[in-house]
Design a protein around this ligand. Structure first.
Ligand code: MLT
Ligand code: MN
Ligand code: ZN
Length: 299
């Protein structure tokens, strides 16, 4: 399976348009590489490509990726559809950019509900050209053109902040297990981890590569960067486990030394954005990678 990291930053990207925190200032100054909002493209055969989430930066991401260029017919695209892990703004607004082509979209029921009732994206898309709206939560999984087999595993009940009347549901956020049926290669994609459920361990035990939530390095980084003492200014309420500290993902990932492990969805306050930082050294010593936008690899 071919995997292309179209974007590796959390919501807002890096730098964030309204942010002058120390790291964003270094990105504005051209000292640190900018990153687009988190989004991935995968393909089992190199011809049929599937997007994992649809970031608001999707147009620039498609333009920057030769594999995803249109052709050979005047309106042909190798993009077959989108698989959503959640309904967050930074993972769904790109859908509006993709209007006019009837793609296939896989999500859980609460995510579909948010797209329909809160963001109104379902009606918007279908009125340009009907999409195929599919359930990602089938227990036995489903197959995608190009030879990929997907299972979506619920990982948290965190609804997006914009949802007006969020139903309580365990599958607001899922992790995706993506298997190339020809090679047996397995990618686990989990960019939103509010906690570490037991079944994530089962997924990782059978995987070759994991793309994991690396939003925050430490537990109070966000509140500290924007100098806020407001309740909830820190990320503990934002649905992302930190990399370090108690319950951090770095320790959890250390149990899988054979697995290729990559952090993604990096927030603009995360010191891992600086390749020369001691925090980055620590993560690299733990054999977890931080990759640039556009990075392509095979699983
Ligand atoms: C998240 O990853 O938790 C969301 O993108 C937060 C947000 O929408 O600001
Ligand atoms: Mn996000
Ligand atoms: Zn910033």
């Amino acid at each position: 399976m071919r995997v292309i990291l179209l974007g590796t930053a959390a919501g807002g990207g890096f730098p964030q348009w309204n942010c002058a925190c120390p790291l964003c200032q270094r990105a504005w100054a051209g000292e640190l590489a900018p990153r687009r909002q988190e989004c991935v493209a995968v393909s089992g055969n190199g011809r049929d490509w599937w997007l994992l989430n649809a970031s608001p930066d999707i147009r620039a991401q498609l333009l920057a990726t030769p594999m995803l260029r249109p052709g050979s017919g005047p309106r042909d695209t190798p993009v077959r559809g989108v698989l959503l892990t959640d309904a967050e703004v930074d993972h769904t607004l790109g859908l509006a950019v993709l209007r006019g082509v009837g793609l296939t979209l896989y999500s859980t029921a609460p995510v579909r509900y948010a797209l329909e009732s809160d963001l109104r994206l379902r009606g918007l898309l279908d009125r340009y050209r009907p999409w195929s709206w599919q359930d990602s939560g089938r227990p036995d999984g489903f197959e995608l053109t190009g030879g990929l087999r997907i299972t979506a595993c619920p990982v948290s009940s965190k609804a997006p902040k914009y949802a007006a009347a969020p139903a309580t549901a365990p599958d607001w956020v899922t992790a995706l297990r993506i298997e190339d049926q020809a090679t047996g290669g397995v990618l686990v994609y989990a960019p939103c981890l509010a906690d570490w459920p037991d079944h994530l361990d089962e997924l990782l035990a059978s995987a070759n590569c994991a793309l994991i939530d690396g939003t925050f390095f430490s537990a109070n980084e966000l509140g500290a960067a924007v100098r806020s003492h407001e309740q909830g200014a820190g990320q503990s309420l934002m649905g992302h486990l930190p990399v370090t500290g108690e319950g951090g993902t770095l320790t959890a990932l250390s149990r899988y030394p054979e697995l290729r492990r990559i952090y993604t969805h990096l927030n603009n306050t995360n010191p891992l954005l600086d390749p020369a930082s001691p925090e980055r050294k620590l993560v690299e010593l733990g054999d977890v990678e931080i990759c640039s936008d556009g990075f392509e690899f095979t699983v």
